[in-house]
Design a protein around this ligand. Structure first.
Ligand code: ADP
Length: 463
C-alpha cells in the first residue's frame, strides 16, 4: 500500500474518530446540563425550608439535647487530654463521636423533619433523603476547633444519621449547615442534607432519548457513508490494479508479435523483390505495425503517468525537437514540410522532461497537423521562443482549422470534431497531449480559424 493511500486512510479514520468523539461529548454535556438543571426548583424550595427549620431548632428535634448530654459533661476531660496526651484525646474523642452518632441514629424523632418538610408542599414526586453528620469539633478557647473524629478514609462524607439516599453528590445536596457558639468549652457541628428522586439518572436518560436517538442515527449514517466510500475506493483500486495488469500483459503479448512482424517485413524488403505490388504490401505491413506499436506504447505510458512512476531528466529541447522532426519526416511524403525555427539558440537552458512522453506529445501534434489538412502542400511551422522568461513551443499548420465550439473540447477523451474530416483516430491523441502537459506541469493553448489552420502553443517551465 502506498504512503498516499495510508495517509488518506489515517486522515479519514481520524476524522471519523473525532466526529464520533464530538457526538459522545455532546451527549455527555447534555446529560450534565440536564443533571444540573434537574429538580432545581424543588431543591431550592427544600433548601429554604431546611434553613428555616434550623433557625427554629426544628431540623433535628432533640438532637442538640443528645449531643449536649454526651459532650458537654466530658469537655473538661477532653481539654485535659488534649493538653496532656494527644493519642488518648483521639481515642476518647472518637468514642464520644461514635456514641453521639449511635444516639442520634436511634432517636425516634429523626424522620419528623423530612415528613413535615414535604407536607402540603409542591414536592409530589417520591423522594429519598439523607441527613449526614459531617463534623463535630470541640473548642477549649472559643476560637480553635479540634475535630472529635479522625477518619482514615479521605472520601468519607461523614456519618449517615438517617435516610435512604446512598448516592450522595453535589447535585443532590440541599444544604450544609454548621452550628457553633464562639465561647470556650463548646462544640461546632455540621450537617449536610441531601434529597433526590429514587431514579434520577434513569429519568434524565429518558428525557434525553430523542437527542440520543438522533445522535445515534447520525452516527450510523456517518459510519454507513464511510463504509460505502471505503468499499467504493476499494473497488476503484481493484479496477486500477486490473487495468494496470491488463495493460502490462498487453504490452508484452502485443509487442512481441508486433516486433516480429516489423522485423519480418523489413527482411522481406531486403529480399529486393522488384515486384511493385509486393513492395506496396510490404510497406503497408511495416507502416501499420509501427503505428500499432506506437499506439500501444503510448497507452501504456499514459497509464503509468497516473501512477507517477515516470522519470524525468534534463534535455536540450531544440536538439530533441530537431531529432523528432528528422525521424518523423523519414517516412513522410514530400508534400509534408516541417520547418523548425529556433529563436532561442544557445541561451536556452535544459528542460526537465520525460523523453518518451515529450516525443509522443510532439508527434501527436505533428500527425494531427498533417491528418486534418486538405492542402496539397501540408506545411507545419515549429517555433521555439522565449517570452517573459518562459519557453514556448508553437506548432502551426495550414490545415482545416478547428471550430470555436470545439476548441475547448478537443482535449477531452474520445472527442472528435463532428463533421470534420473522416480520418482514422480514436479521439485520444490530444487527450494524451493534455495528460503529458499536466504531468510536466506545463500549459497548452490552441489558436485556430476554420479554413486557415491551427496553432498549438506549449508553455514549458520558467527558464
Ligand atoms: P483524433 O486525431 O484521433 O481524432 P485527437 O484527440 O488527436 O483525436 O483530436 C481530436 C479532434 O481535434 C480531432 O478529431 C480533430 O477534429 C481536432 N483536431 C486536432 N488537431 C487538429 C488540427 N491540427 N487541425 C484541425 N483539427 C484538429
Amino acid at each position: 500500500m502506498s504512503i498516499i493511500e495510508n495517509k488518506y486512510k489515517v486522515l479519514s479514520f481520524s476524522a471519523l474518530f473525532f466526529l464520533l468523539l464530538l457526538q459522545f461529548k455532546f451527549l455527555i454535556s447534555t446529560y450534565e446540563n440536564r443533571n444540573s438543571q434537574y429538580f432545581l426548583e424543588e431543591k431550592e424550595l427544600l433548601s429554604q425550608k431546611y434553613r428555616e427549620g434550623i433557625v427554629n431548632d426544628y431540623v433535628y428535634p432533640g438532637g442538640k439535647k443528645i449531643i449536649d448530654s454526651i459532650l458537654l459533661k466530658e469537655i473538661g476531660t477532653l481539654s485535659f487530654l488534649h493538653a496532656s496526651n494527644s493519642q488518648k484525646f483521639k481515642t476518647f474523642g472518637d468514642s464520644l463521636y461514635q456514641e453521639i452518632v449511635s444516639n442520634l441514629r436511634s432517636s425516634p424523632a429523626k424522620d419528623i423533619f423530612f415528613a413535615n418538610l414535604l407536607l402540603g408542599d409542591r414536592v409530589t414526586n417520591p423522594l429519598l433523603y439523607s441527613t449526614i453528620l459531617q463534623e463535630i469539633s470541640v473548642t477549649f478557647d472559643g476560637s480553635n476547633y479540634i475535630p472529635l473524629h479522625f477518619s482514615d478514609n479521605k472520601s468519607e462524607e461523614g456519618a449517615l444519621i438517617c435516610g435512604d439516599l446512598t448516592a450522595l453528590n453535589i447535585t443532590n445536596e440541599i444544604a450544609v449547615i454548621t452550628v457553633s457558639a464562639p465561647i470556650p468549652n463548646t462544640y461546632r457541628i455540621s450537617y449536610a442534607y441531601h434529597v433526590d428522586h429514587a431514579s434520577r439518572s434513569a429519568k434524565i436518560v429518558v428525557g434525553m432519548l430523542p437527542a440520543v436517538f438522533f445522535s445515534l442515527v447520525s452516527m450510523a449514517l456517518v459510519i454507513l457513508i464511510y463504509i460505502l466510500l471505503y468499499q467504493n475506493w476499494h473497488k476503484q483500486k481493484k479496477l486500477t490494479l486490473m487495468k494496470t495488469d491488463f495493460l502490462n500483459s498487453v504490452t508484452h503479448e502485443f509487442n512481441t508479435p508486433l516486433a516480429s512482424i516489423i522485423v519480418a517485413s523489413q527482411s522481406l524488403k531486403n529480399l529486393a523483390r522488384t515486384d511493385e505490388k509486393y513492395l506496396v504490401i510490404q510497406a503497408v505491413i511495416q507502416r501499420q505495425a509501427i503505428r500499432l506499436q506506437r499506439l500501444i506504447n503510448q497507452t501504456i505510458s499514459i497509464t503509468k503517468l497516473e501512477k507517477e512512476t515516470v522519470e524525468k531528466t534534463y534535455f536540450d529541447v531544440q536538439d530533441l525537437i530537431r531529432q523528432i522532426v528528422h525521424d518523423y519526416l523519414l517516412n513522410k511524403p514530400e508534400n509534408v514540410i516541417v520547418e523548425f525555427d529556433d529563436q532561442v539558440g544557445a541561451s536556452a537552458k535544459p528542460v526537465l522532461l520525460n523523453e518518451f512522453l515529450f516525443t509522443t506529445l510532439v508527434l501527436n501534434l505533428l500527425e494531427n497537423a498533417v491528418k486534418f489538412n486538405t492542402n496539397v502542400s501540408k506545411r507545419i511551422n515549429m517555433t521555439l521562443s522565449c517570452h517573459h522568461n518562459e519557453l514556448l513551443i508553437s506548432i502551426f499548420d495550414n490545415g482545416i482549422g478547428i471550430s470555436d465550439q470545439s476548441k475547448n473540447k478537443i482535449f477531452e477523451q474520445y472527442y472528435r470534431e463532428p463533421g470534420a474530416l473522416k480520418k482514422e483516430g480514436l479521439g485520444l491523441g490530444l487527450f494524451y497531449v493534455k495528460k503529458i502537459i499536466e504531468f510536466h506541469k506545463w500549459r497548452i493553448f490552441v489558436k485556430s480559424k476554420e479554413g486557415y489552420g491551427s496553432e498549438f502553443i506549449i508553455i514549458l517551465s520558467r527558464s
